[in-house]
Design a protein around this ligand. Structure first.
Ligand code: FO1
Length: 305
């Protein structure tokens, strides 16, 4: 039984790799919800959708988000009426946002809605949002604080990052099944995702932190930083913004209470001694997933640990 903590694009690769080796009944994916956003009256869950699309085989792989072979007629037409068009919602993608919003309006929780959508997409692995609550990742910049999507997509990640916060209730609760999935797993895998904005909102939930601490020896994290640079995306800026080191050692420091092991890239083998000084076992492997065969190889290696 494997439980995965996932963000979006980079995580989707490892989740796809794991799904190639593990029976759907034995794979649970707990997904970040900090990047969820309400746009055009629709509740959009980018990371949840990225994982669902990846498992369903319909993800636009070159982009790493959205539905493959999508069109953007709605957005093009909508912009003529003054609708904001900076967040590229494709026409096929739009259907999932409308369906989700309708189900939520009818009273279903985000977890229940995700289960329904997974069923329609013929995704048989368990995909759980980390929480049914809205926990919003806010980026503090010299211009004020803004939603993660506003920072990353609308402003193209250009403002300086002074800090990151998670806006929501004081004591956010995990979605149904999340704590049990972590507790009962033979192995918990933290994907090579942004520790601040992809895994951070999941770790922000107190009972998730608590159960991870308990099962720490079974938790393996994969570094999203190779050669002191993020594999992709703005992780470097966010790590610096919260005062962390942009290196596998910095990642080990963030995860040390939750993960017993950290996989680093072969090129970062020299960092292992410093990682182990923090009390985390460092393991070197080829962690860059350049194609599907590399995704499966890394997944197989993680399973074999
Ligand atoms: N990322 C972009 O860089 N530009 C976009 O216009 C964009 C649209 C989008 C629509 C649906 C979706 O599920 C994801 C989308 N993403 C887009 C990805 C997303 O902004 C982030 O990469 C994740 O939220 C962070 O994991």
């Amino acid at each position: 039984m494997i439980t995965v903590l996932a963000g979006g694009t980079g995580s989707a690769k490892l989740v796809r790799g794991l799904a190639a080796h593990v029976s759907p009944d034995d794979l649970t994916v707990i997904v970040n919800i900090g990047d969820n956003i309400l746009l055009h009256g629709l509740y959009i869950c980018p990371d949840v959708d990225t994982i669902l699309y990846a498992l369903a085989g319909v993800l636009d792989k070159p982009r790493g988000w959205g539905f493959k072979d999508d069109t953007f007629n709605f957005l093009e037409q909508g912009s003529k009426y003054g609708l904001e068009d900076w967040f590229k919602l494709g026409d096929k993608d739009l259907a999932i946002h409308i369906a989700r919003t309708e189900m939520m309006k009818a009273g279903l929780t985000l977890g229940e809605v995700t289960q329904q959508i997974a069923k329609h997409l013929k995704v048989y692995q368990k995909v759980l949002p980390a929480s049914d609550e809205h926990i919003e990742t806010r980026i503090l910049t010299p211009e004020g604080d803004m939603h993660l999507q506003e920072f990353w997509v609308k402003r193209k990640g250009t403002p300086n990052v002074l800090g990151v916060s998670y806006r929501g209730s004081e004591n956010p609760q995990p979605a149904s099944g999340v704590v049990k999935a972590i507790h009962d797993a033979d192995k918990v895998v933290i994907c090579p995702a942004n520790p601040v904005t992809s895994i951070g909102p999941i770790l922000h939930i107190p009972s998730i932190r608590e159960v991870l601490t308990k099962v720490r020896s079974r938790v393996v994290a994969v570094s999203p930083i190779v050669n002191n640079r993020p594999i992709s995306g703005p992780a470097g800026k966010f790590l610096r913004g919260i005062g962390a080191e942009v290196s596998p050692v910095g990642v080990a420091q963030i995860y040390s209470g939750f993960a017993g092991r950290l996989l680093v890239d072969e090129t970062d083998r020299a960092a292992i001694d410093s990682i182990e000084e923090i009390g985390v076992e460092g393991i070197a492997a080829n962690i860059l997933m350049r194609d599907e065969s590399a995704e499966r190889q890394l997944a197989q290696f993680i399973i074999s640990i």
